[in-house]
Ligand binder design. Structure first.
Ligand code: GLC
Length: 632
């Protein structure tokens, strides 16, 4: 084609021009934009002496859309193959879901794991620290060796705001020592139906009691003694709103019955008069994080309700913190992840909990903002709220160093507080012939029942595993039986048999049956008829044959239906889920501590009385076995 030499030269010259022009065009249009510059050291947001709002606005001004979206992602740590993505996506928060422990499940192992994520975030352009969150409602339940306090239902029975604040402060000290600065607690749910698997995570069905104790718990978590205004461990009021009032049989989770169900009385009067007051108290106590509940309200998902999340919580109540979704709640809204994300964020979710797929969330968010389906202003509002919490915690200023060393985790002092709390949480329901308190010099005691020597039952769910672990396995813990053995005198004989089988037929002075529920959490604890199982009933019957008097101690996450049996027991104590320090039960049994607990919710006579009404009455107008507030 190009036979003559000059034609060849022209052809090569033209080809060369095309190549040069093309590469110049490529360089202009396809070279990734150079990353924005690192803000100067004197950037306002880095100045701890400036007002928080000034720092928030300054930092927001530096942020790219990608960095803003990253802050709205709360990623479950097991979905992060490594910590590189924390920086790559500018992730704002990481959580350990229930059981989300490091391979080395020790306080040091936790501190190392949290530090890996924290350090990864500090390497980003803006160096925005992450929040590391976990469920620590009854102590750092995921952490082997942590002090485990009574679950909140026990704090509800103790009904002592000062004690509740002390407990929360101790839990916070143990967390902060490991670098965990965000708890998904306290719960403000108001359980109206004891068939629900989450009764024990709440304080009470009484909004006043729940609000007062919840506010005390928030103060305990957030305000470290002598630490000035900064928040030590960020609390979360959950599960907003109205959880505890779902109707049995309405769960949209096929494995559950009432958990994740439909909130029945979702009229505006009940909302205003019953469900919102505890959240108003929480806001007054300085809450900056609220978790949206996995339930339906007014015919739709709470996570997609602009009325509930924005109009009521943010506009009417003036909540200035951030709303975090619960678990997979965003994606329960619709089958389409993009539509679900748009609905949830536009409704008022500020941070999405992402147990599995953060990359999908980031991609959907970016697309939605570019398309205008999510206004940029909504993203800015969400990020402002998140940054406000982080600045309020001093996260930018204190390099996360905590005041307490790891020795505070499971410390003698905290275990003593937990033991004291156990004793205060016990409710004496029946005490015929003044059976209790027992003398520590008593000659012969027989002990039986599934919860006697089983710290898995006394700690319940949210303990190392999501569903807890049945059995006597928790290192450092004291079973109720061990507490009894430690409380009696040298001349006392204590016999124990799980089933109450005692070959020697001499009558013991007293039989103590320690019975109750195996551990469970959330909907897996939904139970159509919460009662004692046949093994425990048989153990009680056996003690009735081999002891002069029988004391029954119920270790459960909720009231159980014991109407037909309780009249045959000389004494009955509701011990709830006491946690790792079972010795506190013996303190009350033998009179070292008085029985002061009062029922935090009514104790039904029959299942037909459920659900309870919002003022603690039965649905059919009959009287419960014991009313809320009862205790001898
Ligand atoms: C769970 C619970 C919530 C908990 C969260 C993170 O599904 O509903 O209470 O805080 O997930 O573990």
């Amino acid at each position: 084609m190009f036979t003559s030499p000059w034609r060849q030269r022209v052809a090569f010259a033209v080809l060369g021009m095309i190549l040069i022009t093309g590469s110049v065009l490529l360089a202009i249009f396809f070279t990734p934009p150079s990353p924005p510059p690192v803000p100067p050291n004197e950037a306002l947001y880095r100045d701890a002496s400036l007002p928080i709002e000034t720092r928030v606005e300054d930092l927001l001004g530096y942020m790219t859309l990608e960095e803003k979206i990253g802050q709205m992602a709360l990623v479950e740590k097991n979905s992060l193959k490594n910590t590189k993505d924390v920086a790559a996506y500018g992730i704002g928060a990481v959580l350990s879901g229930a059981g989300g422990k490091p391979d080395d499940n020790t306080p040091q192992g936790w501190k190392n794991m949290v530090a890996e994520f924290t350090d990864a975030a500090s390497g980003t352009r803006l160096g925005i620290p992450i929040l590391y969150g976990t469920d620590a409602n009854h102590g750092n339940g995921n952490v082997l060796g942590a002090t485990l306090f009574p679950h909140l239902i026990g704090l509800g029975a103790a009904n002592d705001p000062v004690l509740t604040e002390r407990v929360a402060r101790a839990i916070a000290e143990e967390s902060a020592a490991m670098g965990i600065r965000w708890h998904f607690s306290p719960t403000f749910d108001l359980p109206m139906d004891i068939r629900w698997g989450r009764v024990y995570e709440a304080f009470s069905d009484d909004p006043m009691r729940a609000g007062t104790l919840g506010a005390a718990y928030i103060r305990g978590l957030q305000q470290a003694a002598g630490q000035g205004a900064r928040i030590d461990v960020l609390a979360t009021a959950k599960h907003y709103v109205g959880l505890g009032s779902m109707t049995w049989g309405t769960s949209d989770n096929d494995d559950f019955r009432i958990d994740q169900g439909v909130v029945s009385n979702d009229d505006s009067e009940t909302l205003t008069d019953v469900y919102l007051p505890p959240y108003r108290t929480a806001i007054d106590a300085g809450i900056l994080s609220v978790m949206a509940g996995l339930a339906s309200w007014g015919g739709g998902d709470i996570s997609a309700s602009e009325y509930i999340l924005t109009d009521v919580l943010k506009d009417e109540l003036g909540f200035r913190g951030f709303v975090v979704s619960d678990w997979y709640g965003v994606y329960a809204i619709s089958w389409n992840s993009y539509d679900s994300t748009v609905s949830a964020i536009n409704a008022g979710i500020d941070m999405a909990m992402l147990p599995f797929d953060y990359k999908g969330f980031v991609s959907d968010m970016h697309k939605a903002v570019i398309r205008g389906d999510i206004p940029q202003a909504r993203v800015d509002d969400a990020v402002r709220r998140i940054l406000r919490a982080k600045f309020s915690m001093g996260l930018f200023d204190d390099n996360g160093a905590s005041r307490s060393g790891l020795e505070t985790v499971g410390s003698t002092e905290h275990r003593a507080l937990a033991r004291e709390t156990v004793a205060c949480s016990l409710v004496l329901l029946r005490n015929q012939k003044r059976t209790l308190p027992l003398s520590s010099d008593i000659r012969h005691i027989r002990v039986a029942g599934s919860a006697a020597d089983n710290v898995g039952r006394q700690t319940g769910g949210w303990t190392v595993e999501w569903q807890g672990i049945d059995g006597n396995w928790l290192p450092g813990a004291t079973s109720i039986l061990a507490g009894i053995r430690a409380a009696v005198s040298m001349q006392t004989t204590v016999e124990y048999d799980l089933n109450g089988d005692f070959p020697n037929k001499d009558l013991a002075d007293v039989g103590i049956a320690i019975v109750g529920e195996k551990p469970y959490a959330e909907g897996w604890g939904d139970n159509v008829q919460p009662r004692l199982d046949d093994i425990d009933l048989a153990a009680i019957a056996s003690l009735q044959k081999t002891s002069k008097r029988v004391v029954v101690i119920i270790v459960s996450g909720r009231p159980l239906i014991v109407t037909d049996e309780i009249s045959k027991w000389d004494a009955t104590v509701a011990a709830w889920l006491p946690g790792s320090e079972g010795r506190g039960v013996a303190d009350a049994l033998f009179g070292a501590s008085p029985f002061t607990g009062r029922l935090p919710l009514p104790w039904p006579r029959t299942i037909e009385q459920l659900p309870m009404t919002v003022d603690g009455q039965t649905s059919d107008g009959s009287t419960p076995l014991f009313p809320r507030g009862f205790g001898l």
